[in-house]
Design a binder for this molecule. Sequence first.
Ligand code: ADP
Ligand code: MG
Length: 725
Amino acid sequence: MATLSRLARIPVEEVKTFGGSRGRELRKAGIVSVADLLMHVPRTYIDRSRSTPIAEAPLDTEVTVIGRVHSLDSRRVRKNLVIVEATITDGVSRLKAIWFNQTYRERQLATDSEVALSGKIERFRGRLQMKSPAVDVLSSPSEALNTGRIVPIHPSVGSVTPGYMRRGIHNALRRSRPIPDPVPEPILRRAEVMDRDRAFSLIHFPDDLSEVRDARRRLVFDEFFRLELALAMHKKRQELAATGITHRPDGSLTRRFLAGLPYRLTPAQERVLDEIRRDLERPQPMHRLLQGEVGSGKTVVAVAALLAGIEGGYQGAVMAPTEVLAEQHYLGITRLFVEAGMAAEPVGEGASLGMESLFAGERKPGVSVALLTGTRAVLSNHPGAGRREVIEAIRTGDAQLVVGTHALIQEGVEFHRLGVAVVDEQHRFGVGQRVDLKAKGSGVDPDLLIMTATPIPRTLSMTLYGDLDVSVIDELPPGRTPIETIALPWSRQDEAWDLIRREVSKGRQAFVVCPLVDDSPKVEVSSATAEYERLQEILDGVRVGLIHGQLPPADKEAVMAAFRDGEIDVLVSTTVIEVGIDVPNSTVMVIEDADRFGLSQLHQLRGRVGRGRHPGTCILIADPTTEEGEQRLAAMVRTNDGFDLATVDLQIRGQGTVFGKRQSGMTDLKIADILTDFDVLEIARNEAFALVGADPELERYPDLREEVEVMMGDAVAWLVTEARA
Ligand code: ADP
Ligand code: MG
């Protein structure tokens, strides 16, 4: 009898079968402990009672037959062709199996071993044969098959074949069972999962295939439950350790701001703003992820949240990933404040030229906004301010709302009283600067809102972002027309340019995005430049501009401004525009070699059009060279729904690649699959958070606590801290 956490500390080499080099091979493949071994579950099962006797198997139909290898032979028939032949007998009849150029079959099969062959039987010159059947070795020659009717086929690891695997796991189970269950009984009942000991026994050696599903469900539950417990405990500890701010917004600024908007918030925006407000009023610091499609109106909600903090005398900060985007936030926010009559009045030189006259008689205190990036420093109420003065205003609190790039977290920038911080991640996958911005709160942790336009399927936000609260703006403001998406081969590219000409003649604007070539920014720039020149000829009479990442910031901003002001009709760019350009007059997005882009990137780019009154079109020009590329294009044409696309992305790429850097925490998912086991994930998450809510350190469940510590310790620390630092 041994708990799973104890088994997690017993080296796999202690299992008799794996004492020598096989143990080393397992260890190399990450099967380090007996617990790892028990979680190495069969990839399939062969039900021997269901296999067909060779003589009775129908011809030319997929069947599985079981027999012993009677003879084995290989010969080279031509320079490039080796044929391996085996004769199999089930005691009554014989069958010849043939493989072409699969010489490893000779090593896999030994005379007298018992095998299951799957494939189609055909009759050839009066004899039965199977060409290139799939093989599962059930037992090696000397081995009696002690596993009953149903034979588990475990994934082999190096030279450790399913036969050895089966034997080793059998040994390990015999010595470990019964495996006690640390999960409280009521939780098991609600989750509708079986006892742990039974689950391990049945997944490896079922008496009946119908038991396997339920056994697996229990093990999947355990994996998710451990992960979610770890995340819940981490979150709880963070809350207890942090000194947060109990904001007491009086509504004075927020009300004016919202009343000044030329539109009403959508119900989704209202709901999310409520969720954020409740967080702000709690003493614990907020850690909230705000998700919403591009153009769903996240920014307005974020500004309202910042104003709630400012009402109570704190500062707010918005950090954007690029200068262009920071600049745009600054312009957008100050414009909204002017419209709402709440811009701080200019002081200092140039003040008399400012906008105060517009609001003469209004005399309400305004909100001062600062912009700080690597190259720009601006203070809304102090037109003449230089960089030093802007930094000083942030330090004294004169700058109430600060917009910027990473420059905000550089040395030398100090906040007076940072109360609410918004990190605009846009399309980026990851919660990068969170830790650093927190440190700016001078002893207290500001409330933190992370905005992302990457639709993160709930599967991921429950695991990867498991310690964050999540708000979703799941509807677009009214009046948007859906974007039409068309995929064109290069041979029909003219259709794209024709559309652009037509739209420009109606006064609309367009983007043309060139792909990143060879992962080289330099080559990328030259190819975008060449494309710019080519399009100037094709689109004769249309004003074409060019923007790319290597332009000096001032030039970049000038091009952007010209495009915003309608002085450029078509903007040719590298992917720099991906992040947050808001030009409602643009209606066409052409993406060249679109098959080379990731789905989330394509979706972000598409979101740049159709933001205004006019319907948008997205044209994907590509001659896809891979199946994945083709799948991505098809998905783009099929749906505009970002969450849908994100799930497709997960399917195409597999969860490992999507997790990327964070994979390490996730590779601990040995059995569960976040896509197909989503229902179990949800239950495990709810139960874990409820349990930790009542008992933060699981003091009443020491076995469970030990299991989480032993099996999840590093993974979770890594998942929630380093990955984001
Ligand atoms: P996001 O940050 O989510 O990409 P924005 O906040 O930039 O979206 O909003 C996109 C556009 O929609 C902006 O021009 C904004 O003024 C407008 N907008 C936001 N909320 C609403 C609403 N409730 N009704 C109408 N327009 C809205
Ligand atoms: Mg708070």
